[in-house]
Every structure is written in C-alpha cells, then in structure tokens.
Design a protein around this ligand. Structure first.
Ligand SMILES: Cc1ncc(COP(=O)(O)O)c(C=O)c1O
Length: 384
C-alpha cells in the first residue's frame, strides 16, 4: 500500500471504533460521540419549549441549515437541498412531479444495479402511465455506458440511476449521461447515497437535475435523514404531488387549498420535519466537512486499490470495477457463503456485510487506519 498521508482520522471521536474494525460505511456509519450531546441538546430544547415558539426559535430554520450544508458536500449552491425523511421519499417526491399520462415523454431510464427502492417506486409509476426501461447488466457489476445512452431518446422524461451502485460499487460517467439526456430534453436524477461523503461530487458543474441520498452511511449521521437536491433553475417548474403544509408559501397561514407552493426548495418538503434526525446528523457533517471530501476520496482510492491488488493476488473474485474512475468507495469480494463469512469476520471483530450474488462488501473510510485495513484483509485470507 502507498504510504499514508498525514491526516487526522478523528478516531477518538467515534466510540464504536473501539469495538473492532469498522468497514461498514456503505451501510451504517459509526456514531460520532458528539451525537450524544447533539441529541441531548434536542431533548433540552424540547423540554424547554412551551409553545409553538419552538419552531420560530430554533426548529424551522434547521432543515434549511442542514440542507445547505449537505448542498455544499454535493457541490451544489445554498438553497438547492431540501431534507427528506429518507431517500425513498426523496425519490417519490421527484416521481410525483411527473404527469406520465399526459405526455408522450413518459419513459424512465433506470438500471439493474440501482437500489431496490428505485425499481419499486418506478414500477408503481407504471400505474400512472410511466414506461420504465431498466438497462441490463451482463456481469452483475457494471452497466455499459453505451446501453444507458442508447436507452435515452426523445420519449425519455427522466434518467434515474445510482451514481455508485450499492451492489457492486460501480460508478457512472455522469457528464456523458447528463449531456445525452439534456440533448434529448430529459432530466437526470442520481442516487448519491453511496457516493456523497466518500467522493467529490459536483452537482452544479454537472448540471444534474436531481440528487437523492441520506446521511446514515458515509456521512456518519443517524437513521435517518434523507435529502433531495433540485437544480435551482428547475425548482419553480415543478409541483410535487407528494406534498404538505410545509411546502406552502405561507405555511403558518394554514390557508385552504389551492396549494401555493413556496418559491424555494422547501416546495419539495411535506409535513413536520424530523427534528431529532436533523440533530443526529450535525456532528457527522461537521467531521466530514473538516476532514474534507477531497482527502476522504484520496484515502479511499489509495486503500481500495490496495485491497483489490491484495485480493487478486490471492486469486479471489472481485465483484467491483478494478479501475478507480469506475468505482465508488467499497470493494465487493465474492465468497461462497456470504452470511457465514460475515459472522466469522464479526467474531474476529471485523465488521462488514454481504449482498446476494456479489458477496462481501468492505468499505474503508477516513477513520480506518492502514493497519486496520491490512489486518482485516489478513483475517479474511485466514478464513477463506
Ligand atoms: C444507493 C442507495 N439508495 C437508497 C437507499 C435506501 O435509502 P432510504 O432507506 O433512505 O430510502 C440505500 C440504502 O441502503 C442505498 O444504498
């Protein structure tokens, strides 16, 4: 492994790291110790608020503040992110902006490597006239860029894909997809749950239309705060059917219908924001901002490259792309009995998980030392 740069891994701020080698950031990030104070601050505020003032005093603006910090991590401008209960709701909010029955532009392009919520949510839109095309995967690891580009035509309303696949860590070529989609008048949504906080994202430069994701994995936040990025100049053209009073221009007027959406990204909100979830994400965001996604990405690529070399050297089957540009921050290694191996590794205090057909998922994050990564791979070699 190339030698480690000097970075502050902030290990002492993550109590869970004392329990073993945590390589699970694709699933459940370790809790920062400061989350305890943050959750207590939430309780304190709740205990002392005796009227609706709670909203004016602290809670109403919290969604905006958290949204703006997430926007920065996504490479977006302030005012481009609305926090959501989870990524599936964020996606449903976008789906509810389309009137598939009223247009010939009713094709949704997705891929076989997306998270199941994608499939379920788009399948459900079939009932409203959406025509869903799922771009296939030949090897279960990658989707050919040409196949995605070929699927986009002038009947396409939206291209909705995982930026980095939860299954194989395959990473898309965003620019080529956005260019093709916009040329054909289609919008692009990326699920960045597996890339935000691990890779540098450039929402604004990419001119991507929507990003969805959440905080519990690479952002070290609690379960769960989802988010939805909407390209600023697109926001006012959209009127989500999945809505509620918080999306109204004057929510505290409690006005009767018709709905008057606010002009800001809050038009993609629904009801009362999940305030405890927002408190739970603040310490993780702070640490990620301070360590810096550029540093995190470089560390991830240095270590995943070494892990792949180690695995190939042992003759193991890697179910992630070998090239760093095509990969997210996880490495998938085939094992015959995934759940059995996860259990054996946990007994040796190495925490990973597995998924059907790809095998183990291992994800070093900035807080892991090189020694931990080497030790985990060494233990896996003993158990294989
Ligand atoms: C890529 C991806 N998208 C979406 C989700 C699900 O997000 P949520 O539970 O917030 O809907 C996950 C969770 O594992 C994921 O990995």
């Amino acid at each position: 492994m190339k030698s480690a740069p000097r970075i502050n891994r902030r290990r002492e701020e993550f109590p869970t790291l004392a329990s073993g080698i945590h390589l699970l950031s694709h699933s459940l990030g370790p809790v920062p110790g400061a989350a305890r104070e943050s959750m207590l601050a939430y309780y304190e505020a709740w205990e002392h608020h005796t009227s609706e003032d709670a909203w004016a005093a602290s809670w109403w603006e919290m969604s905006t503040r958290v949204g703006d910090r997430i926007a920065q991590l996504l490479g977006g401008v302030p005012g481009s992110v609305q926090v959501q209960p989870n990524a599936s709701i964020a996606l449903s909010s976008v789906a509810s902006c389309f009137n598939f029955n009223e247009t010939d532009r009713n094709k949704i392009v997705t891929s076989a490597l997306d998270f199941p919520s994608m499939e379920y949510i788009w399948e459900a839109q079939g009932r409203l006239g959406a025509n869903v095309e799922v771009v296939h995967t030949d090897d279960g690891i990658t989707v050919r860029l040409e196949d995605i580009l070929d699927a986009i035509d002038d009947t396409t309303g939206l291209v909705a894909l995982s930026h980095v696949s939860f299954r194989s860590s395959y990473r898309l070529d965003v620019e080529a997809i956005v260019e093709r989609a916009h040329k054909y008048g289609a919008l692009v949504l990326l699920d960045v749950y597996q890339s935000a906080g691990a890779l540098e994202l450039r929402a604004n430069d990419w001119e991507v239309d929507f990003l969805i994701g959440g905080t519990i994995k690479w952002l070290c936040g609690g379960p769960a705060s989802g988010y939805l990025y909407v390209r600023p100049d697109l926001q006012k053209d959209l009127a989500p059917r999945l809505t509620g009073w918080v999306a109204h221009a004057a929510p505290f007027d409690f006005a009767s219908a018709p709905m008057q959406y606010t002009d800001t990204v809050r038009r993609f909100a629904q009801g009362t924001p999940s305030i405890p979830a927002l408190y739970s994400v603040l310490p993780g965001l702070q640490i990620i901002e301070e360590v810096g996604v550029k540093t995190i990405q470089a560390e991830s690529q240095r270590r995943t490259k070494w892990m792949i070399e180690f695995a190939l050297d042992k003759g193991w089957k890697i179910n992630s792309p070998p090239n760093v540009e095509d990969r997210g921050a996880s490495v998938m290694i085939y094992v015959e009995d995934g759940p059995g191996m996860v259990k054996k590794l946990a007994e040796r205090k190495v925490f990973v998980d597995c998924r059907p057909s790809v095998g183990l998922r291992l994800s070093p994050h900035f807080f892991n030392t090189d020694e931990e990564v080497r030790e985990a791979m060494g233990i896996l070699a003993e158990l294989m």
